[in-house]
Design a protein. Structure first.
Length: 642
C-alpha cells in the first residue's frame, strides 16, 4: 500500500510548483500486510525523459522520505513505488536468528536462492560484475560458510542494486511539477504608465521614453518592469479625469478599454510608438537584467475590431446592445467583456491564445492578467497549459482580488503568481496569520504570492492617513515578507496619498484617466530606501524564498518581528517594522533560537543592513525601539558571534 503522498495538490489533479534548482522533498506511507520488509523509491523525470529513482529513507511508523533536484524548467513528473522486499526480510530475520543462537543452515540455503535470482537479474541488466559476485556469494551460502558475513554491505549493496520487485505497487496518478525560472519565486516589480513617462509636462509619453526611464528603474533595483495595456484605446464612452463619464476630445481614456480603429490586442497605441519600439524596449531592458511584463486584459472597448468582426464573442442583450462590464453599482460602459460560453467559444479561445503567442514572439515572457477570475477557469487551464508546454519560461501573474478559494483555484490551473490580500492586512496578527498561511504547505505548494502595497486601483487608507512613515513600513513589509513584490510608481516612491474622495481607494487625478508628470528628483522621494532594500534582497538568499519565514515575540502590538532563513541555514535576516506611523514604539524581542540554529549562550551578532554597524546580543532578548521620522523599520543579519 502506498498512500499519504506529499506534496500533493487535490489528489494529484494539479501539479505542484517549483523553480529550477529546487530540492523536492517527497514523503509517503508505504506498508504491506504481514511482516515482510518494504522498500520504496521516488521516481521522477522531465516529461518525456527517462525515469530516475531515488531510494527512500524509513522515518518510522511506515513513513518514508526522499528528495531530488529539478534541474530544468518545464513539466516534470514524480511518483512513489514500493514493494515487499524478500532480501531485506530474509536479512533481518537472519540477524535475529544469529543473535538468538539458532541453527541457520536452512536459512542460508533460502538466502542462496534469493542471491542466485538476483545474479540472474544482474546478468539480464548487463551488470556482469555484479552477477559474478552474487553467484560466488550464492555458493558460499549454500556451503553454509557465510552466515555472519551475509549481513555485510559487501553483499547487501549489490542485492539492493538488483532487487526483486515482482510485488511492486506504484502510486497513481503520476504527479506533476511545473518548474519555472527562478524569478517566478524571487522578483521585484515596478509598474509605470508609458504615457506618463515623458520628461516634458503635457507631452504624451512613448515607449522610447520608457527606454530612457530604464536607468531609473534599474537604479532602484527592480528586475521586472510592468506596463499597463499599451494598445489603442476606444473612444466610445471614453472616461475622463477622475472617472467622469464624459471625456473631452483631448482626454486619453483608460488603457484597459482596449481597441480602436488602429487595432486591438495585437496593436500598439500610435501615441506610444510601434511594435519596433516594443522590441527595442524589451532588448534594452534585457541588457540591464530587467524583464518586461505586459498587462493582458481580455475585454474590449466598443470600438475593438472584434466587436464588428466577431459579434458572437460578446453577450447580446434583448434590446440588441452588447452587455458592458458591471460591478454594481459601478458601470464600465467603455468595456465589453468576452462571452467565454458563446457558441463560437473555440474560436474565441484560439484568438485569445494567439494574443499571448504574438507578444511572446516579441520577447514578452511575463504577463500580468487582469481580472482572470471573471473568465472561464477551463480556458485558463487550457491556454496556460498549451503556452507553458511550448514556452516553459513564460510566467503569468493573476490580478484577482477575490475570494481565497477562487484565487487558489487560479493558481492550481496554471497561474505562476498571484496578487494577495496584503494591502488589507494591516494589523500584527492579521499579517502573521496570513503570511504563515501563504508560506506553508499545502498552499505554498501551488500558490506564489506577489505582494503590492499599492496599485493604480488601490490606495489603501493606511497610506492615505499614515504619511511617509506608513509608506516606509508598508514597503519594507512587502519587500521582506514576500520573495516577490511590486510597487506602482512613481506614485509610491513620491508618496501619492490623496484619494478621489473620502472613503475611496481611488487616487485623485489618477493616471488611469489622464497623463501625469512626475518629478523623480524630489528630495522627499523614497528612492534611497527602495534602493537599499532591493540591494539587501539581492545580497541575501534568505529573502529569495518564502519557506524560511518565522515570526518572533516582541511585547508591543505595533511592532512586527520576523526572520527569514536560507535553506542551508547560513543566512538569517531579521526584520522589525513599526505599524504605528504616529508614535515611537519599543519592545523586547524574544527570538526562537532553536528554530534559527542560533545559541544565545554564544552570543548573536546582529549586523544592521540598512544603517550599518553591528552589535552582539547576549542573554535576554534585545530592546528594539523605532520612531516615525527617524526609523520606521530595521533589517538585520543574524549570525553566531565570533
Amino acid at each position: 500500500m502506498v498512500e499519504g503522498v506529499s506534496p500533493l495538490v487535490d489528489g494529484g489533479r494539479f501539479p505542484i510548483k517549483r523553480v529550477i534548482g529546487d530540492r523536492v522533498v517527497v514523503e509517503a506511507d508505504a506498508f504491506a500486510d504481514g511482516h515482510d520488509a518494504v522498500s520504496a523509491v521516488v521516481r521522477h523525470r522531465a516529461v518525456g525523459g527517462d525515469w530516475v529513482e531515488v531510494p527512500m529513507e524509513a522515518l518510522g511508523n511506515d513513513r518514508w522520505r526522499a528528495a531530488f533536484t529539478v534541474g530544468a524548467i518545464g513539466r516534470h513528473e514524480y511518483t512513489v513505488a514500493a514493494w515487499t522486499d524478500p532480501w531485506a526480510t530474509w536479512r533481518g530475520d537472519l540477524a535475529k536468528r544469529l543473535d538468538a543462537g539458532q541453527d541457520v543452515a536452512v536459512d542460508l540455503r533460502i538466502g542462496a536462492l534469493l542471491v542466485e535470482a538476483a545474479s540472474a537479474r544482474a546478468a539480464a541488466a548487463g551488470a556482469e560484475e555484479d552477477a559474478a559476485d552474487l553467484e560466488r556469494w550464492a555458493e558460499r551460502l549454500r556451503a553454509g560458510s557465510a552466515a555472519r558475513s551475509a549481513l555485510d554491505d559487501e553483499l547487501d549493496l549489490p542485492m539492493r542494486r538488483h532487487p526483486d520487485r515482482s510485488h511492486e505497487t506504484t502510486f497513481e496518478p503520476v504527479l506533476g511539477i511545473t518548474v519555472d525560472p527562478v524569478h517566478a519565486r524571487f522578483s521585484s516589480w515596478y509598474e509605470l504608465f508609458p504615457r506618463s513617462a515623458s520628461p516634458e509636462a503635457g507631452r504624451h509619453g512613448t515607449l522610447r521614453d520608457v527606454i530612457d526611464r530604464l536607468a531609473y528603474v534599474d537604479g532602484l533595483g527592480f528586475d521586472v518592469l510592468y506596463l499597463p495595456p499599451i494598445h489603442p484605446i476606444g473612444r466610445t464612452f471614453r472616461k475622463g479625469p477622475n472617472n467622469v463619464t464624459t471625456a473631452s476630445p483631448d482626454d486619453p481614456g483608460v488603457p484597459w478599454a482596449i481597441g480602436g480603429p488602429e487595432g486591438g490586442h495585437m496593436a500598439v497605441h500610435p501615441d506610444l510608438g510601434t511594435i519596433d519600439d516594443v522590441d527595442a524596449l524589451v532588448a534594452a531592458a534585457r541588457l540591464r537584467g530587467i524583464r518586461v511584463a505586459l498587462d493582458i486584459a481580455f475585454q474590449a472597448s466598443p470600438d475593438h475590431p472584434w466587436v464588428r468582426e466577431h459579434p458572437t464573442w460578446f453577450r447580446q442583450r434583448p434590446d440588441g446592445t452588447v452587455q458592458y462590464a458591471e460591478n454594481p453599482p459601478k458601470k464600465y460602459q467603455d468595456i465589453y467583456p468576452f462571452d467565454f460560453e458563446s457558441e463560437d467559444w473555440p474560436g474565441l479561445w484560439r484568438a485569445l491564445h494567439g494574443v499571448f503567442e504574438y507578444w511572446i514572439d516579441h520577447g514578452i515572457e511575463i504577463f500580468r492578467v487582469d481580472n482572470p477570475h471573471t473568465k472561464a477557469f477551463p480556458f485558463w487551464e487550457w491556454a496556460i497549459g498549451e503556452l507553458k508546454r511550448d514556452h516553459p519560461e513564460v510566467l503569468f501573474l493573476a490580478e484577482a482580488f477575490t475570494r481565497p478559494k477562487v484565487m487558489y483555484r487560479l493558481a492550481k490551473v496554471g497561474f505562476s503568481q498571484s496578487y494577495t490580500y496584503f494591502t488589507w492586512r494591516t494589523h500584527k496578527q492579521e499579517l502573521t496569520d496570513y503570511f504563515l498561511e501563504l508560506s506553508r504547505p499545502p498552499i505554498a505548494d501551488f500558490f506564489r504570492p506577489n505582494v503590492w502595497p499599492n496599485t493604480p486601483d488601490i490606495l489603501h487608507e493606511t497610506l492615505q492617513l499614515g504619511g511617509r512613515p506608513m509608506f516606509e513600513a508598508r514597503f519594507v513589509l512587502a519587500a521582506t515578507l514576500a520573495a516577490a513584490y511590486g510597487i506602482y510608481g512613481p506614485a509610491f516612491e513620491l508618496g501619492e496619498n490623496v484619494p478621489r474622495e473620502p472613503g475611496s481607494e481611488e487616487y485623485r487625478d489618477s493616471e488611469k484617466y489622464e497623463l501625469r508628470h512626475w518629478d523623480l528628483e524630489r528630495p522627499d522621494s523614497l528612492a534611497p530606501l527602495i534602493q537599499a532594500v532591493n540591494r539587501i534582497r539581492h545580497e541575501h538568499p534568505a529573502l529569495h524564498s518564502n519557506e524560511g519565514l518565522a515570526f518572533h515575540e516582541i511585547d508591543n502590538d505595533a511592532l512586527l518581528a520576523y526572520t527569514k532563513r536560507s535553506p542551508d541555514g547560513d543566512d538569517i535576516v531579521l526584520t522589525v517594522v513599526s505599524l504605528d506611523p504616529k508614535a515611537a514604539r519599543a519592545g523586547t524581542l524574544r527570538l526562537h533560537h532553536g528554530a534559527l540554529g542560533l545559541d544565545p549562550g554564544r552570543g548573536i551578532r546582529a549586523t544592521d543592513l540598512l544603517e550599518g554597524g553591528s552589535e552582539v546580543w547576549a542573554g535576554d532578548g534585545p530592546r528594539i525601539a523605532l520612531e516615525p521620522g527617524r526609523r520606521q523599520a530595521m533589517i538585520l543579519q543574524l549570525a553566531p558571534a565570533r
